[in-house]
Design a protein around this ligand. Structure first.
Ligand code: SAM
Length: 353
């Protein structure tokens, strides 16, 4: 006989649109085992046992935005700023490709220094390296820019909605609006990008209802990727004095599991913020993707979204080997493909189940 929690999770898994009350009940609940089990079962069935590795190049920490939580925000005068030139970015992508990365994520603050043409050049040069996917994560830009970068060969775009509560969004992002963010996400989808969104957990002013709305927004946007990670206070930001919510890591795991249960085949990374906050990962809760920084250590230290400590510099090959061993230590396999969005036609696992 099913327990009350198992019945509720089953209802969420089969609903076209679960209710806020159902999602809040799971987020607030203490019976976690059925949640991890269902998320893991759905992950296996729709995504298989593979973990996809992405190499991320954080190529500029200049940012024109005022996000109250982010260490890159333009008011943070304590942060030394850097920018890589296009050929340097391409050279790092080449090194990453040679040690096995088949997806390169190009991320930066919102930095208008990089024109439409410069980003197109970088994309074209990286695509010339071989069988490689490019994910852009460079914020809100014009429709024409997104369109040109898609033509130049970009495959995917990550733009987290951060929070689905429009009032909270406005407080945290005085320079923009949730409406604008969602408009960009819809443009990206319409242009044929594999589109990623996501949100932070433990933001001051966030409630369980907000998190339920975050999950429903991911479903409504029909995203191919979703990043969910804990908010980590940065001392040189307006939210620097906020206490990190102690349960935000457990809540993050619950939200990842619910995202897997609701979205089924969406790629879900175990976010770096979760690893930094708790030294744990979300592979038990439905995650199937992991990202690793591939730029030199000196840049990693300056891409300080939140405080983070780093190991001594190793070669990219050593780091790649370590992350592969880490993945295998959980009984999972390392994907050898580019790890594109999983489509319904690829549903080989479902029949095999
Ligand atoms: N500029 C791009 C954009 O706006 O999408 C990409 C860079 S932005 C720094 C990348 C992500 O970092 C954001 O989407 C946000 O969720 C995350 N982030 C920033 N500050 C954070 C903090 N203090 N704790 C956790 N995550 C944070």
């Amino acid at each position: 006989m099913q327990t009350k929690t198992e019945t509720l999770i089953e209802q969420i898994a089969t609903a076209t649109k679960p209710s806020i009350a159902q999602l809040v009940e799971v987020l607030a609940g203490e019976d976690h085992r059925p949640l991890w089990q269902k998320a893991d079962q759905i992950r296996k069935r729709y995504c298989g046992n593979e973990v996809h590795l992405r190499g991320i190049i954080e190529f500029s920490n200049f940012c024109r935005c005022d996000c109250l939580y982010c260490g890159l925000q333009r008011q943070n005068k304590a942060l030394p700023r850097y920018r890589m030139e296009p050929d340097e970015i391409v050279a790092i992508a080449k090194d990453a490709y040679e040690v096995g990365y088949k997806t390169i994520v190009l991320q930066s603050g919102e930095d208008p220094y990089y024109t439409k043409e410069m980003i197109s050049y970088i994309i074209r040069k990286i695509k010339e390296l071989g069988e490689i996917a490019i994910t852009l994560s460079i914020g809100e830009r014009e429709y024409q820019e997104y369109a040109q970068w898609k033509k130049a060969g970009a495959d995917r775009y990550l733009l987290k909605h951060e929070t689905a509560d429009s009032h909270l969004y406005q407080r945290l992002h005085p320079h923009s609006s949730l409406e604008k963010r969602i408009e960009c996400l819809r443009w990206l989808k319409s242009l044929g990008y594999q589109t990623g969104s996501g949100f932070m957990m433990g933001l001051p002013g966030q409630s369980l209802e907000t998190i339920a709305q975050d999950l429903l927004l991911l479903k409504e946007l029909d995203v191919e990727m979703a990043g969910i990670g804990p908010f980590i206070p940065h001392p040189h930001t307006p939210l620097g004095k906020e206490a990190a919510t102690t349960n935000s890591s457990l809540l993050t795991l619950k939200a990842v599991a619910l995202a897997r249960i609701m979205l089924k085949r969406t790629h879900l990374p175990t976010t770096t913020a979760l690893e930094v906050a708790t030294n744990t990962n979300a592979f038990c809760a439905g995650a199937n993707v992991i990202m690793r920084k591939v730029e030199p250590l000196a840049y990693r230290q300056l891409y300080e979204i939140y405080p983070q400590s780093f190991d001594q510099e190793k070669t990219l090959a050593q780091e790649r080997k370590a992350v592969e061993e880490y993945i295998r230590s959980f009984g999972r396999t390392v994907s050898t493909s580019k790890g594109d969005a999983i489509t319904i036609d690829q549903q080989k696992y479902e029949e095999a189940d």
